[in-house]
Design a protein around this ligand. Sequence first.
Ligand code: NAG
Ligand code: NAG
Length: 604
Amino acid sequence: MHFLLCTVAALVALTSALPTAPNHSHVIHEKRNSLPAKWAKRSRMDSTAILPVRIGLKQRNVDRAHEYLDSVSNPTSKSYGKHWSIEDVRNTFAPNDESRDTVLQWLSQNGVSTVKNEGALHTLEFDMSVAEAERLLKTEYFVYEHDGSGTAHVACEEYSVPEHVSDHINIITPTLHFDVKPSQHLQRRDIPNPADPLTGSHPYHEEYQGPTTPTKAGDDDNSDSMQTCLDAITPDCLRSLYNIPEPTSSPSSDNSFGVVEYSPNTYNGDDLDQFFTSFTKFDKGARPDLVSVNDGTLDDSDPSSFELHGESNLDFQYAMGLTNPQKVTLYQIGGNTMTASDADFIKTKVVSTSWGFNEKDLTPMYMETLCNEYMKLGLQGISILFSTADHGVAGNTETCDNNDRFQPDFPASCPYVTAVGATMLDASATDIAGTLSSGGQPEVAIDSNVISGGGFSDVFAMPDYQQDVVAKFLKDSPPSYSGDQFNNSGNARGLPDISLNGHGYAVIVGGKQQAVDGTSASTPAFAAMITLINEERLAAGKGTVGFLNPVLYQYADKYVKDVTSGRNPGCGTDGFEAVEGWDPVTGLGTPDYVGLRDVFMGLD
Ligand SMILES: *[C@@H]1O[C@H](CO)[C@@H](O)[C@H](O)[C@H]1NC(C)=O
Ligand SMILES: *[C@@H]1O[C@H](CO)[C@@H](O)[C@H](O)[C@H]1NC(C)=O
């Protein structure tokens, strides 16, 4: 077993003698009712170990988040497209002085005198021994171990702060947030479908079994070549299915596109080259620009490992395969704990993340905090896309506990991101090209190898932009499950927002073509479409599209092909049903590039 926190043990401790703190009554600030799936409590944490404590200060104006974001992303708003500068964002949400002073005073009374206050300006940072943190927060730290991988994590299950401080703080880490990326899980070899309790959405994969001569770019786009998309989805298949154009050869320097990966999973350069040679028209050699976050690094130690390269190779082969020569940025997240303010490393205009959590494994305060960070990125004109996981209503895990309650996926359930589900070509389709040319839908909800994640949030309320269509779904196709199984309040955020093909993507890993399935595949593909739309808007002197959802919902009739067949079973149930209109399996349906591009080009 190895402690994730040992990397910070060398940091300087604040070990001044503790003065006696005045006797304020403490209140429980956050409490966990259950451990995340597969984690077990082990020993008490060594009291002399040093914790990197982060205190998020309460931010001003977050109660107006929806209003602000709506004003720049709702096409009926006068300020549509008038995105905020980073300074506007900081000034609007910066904690007030009273909050900062109250918390600093409390810390100083407890012997903490050196506090860093950087980054997004709302986090106080300092180091403290476990014993000191236990006194400060009236808690006990334990080591928790992940069943199977042996990954260790240091956490507590509740913590308290003085009542007068509680109103001024958001979340404190490390406490009960199992938000450390569980890197070791990805190295398991014996499990064919490495769905992971914390960062699910690992794509399903198997050795490619289809014909050995996949369609190459430049082949005639005739009906025969469309039929090969049943064997393997390639960039050409996606272009044909969704009317995606070839990218421009000289993208605007203002355009940008990023993909988030969690170490040790990283792309392998040789595999990218082999993919580009086999499936695209551009030369090998293109690589993402690396932005290392929390010391994330590339890892070439085991080139043939799907666990090490599967997700990243998939993401970059398609993100780049559909947009090159657009530069794509890799945000490689390393092994240290993340705080909820850590979304501010994102600078690209579009960002795709195919990783997620079950809502119930996180705390509501943590999710709300992180979701608000995505809101701030949306205000700045950034489109955030998350996959909805691969086990239907069971979310990231194949089994459900907690009385078989469905498990919505976060961050997809945050109303300020675009949640992407998955579809597949109907296996019985005999004339895909014909169906497409007559405006038909050749796709159904994916239920082969993986199942599209979807459902209703237990944390986030239904945003305005989806109210009409979700209400219609609940009224016309009422699910036969009780409130014990899903949030049937009629006021919960529904997901996904939209879906794309996620079945049988041709991906090169370890020099071999694999067939890869998942919302992990559909998400970078949709993000690539948005990047190409941004390119067209920039070329026309317009801004980037930013937060997508108000437009996606308002103009669905202009660009969506409905998916009306399939379900997303899980938790011992048949899940929800894909029906006419929005549904919690495939969202609005699949997008047509030209239709969506025209919608966005028609907006200021
Ligand atoms: C603080 O409060 C606790 C519990 O009410 C009490 O046991 C303790 O003696 C008090 N300490 C001081 C310094 O007043
Ligand atoms: C359902 O969603 C609403 C709105 O977000 C929320 O207030 C409520 O707590 C949720 N109910 C359950 C049982 O999760």
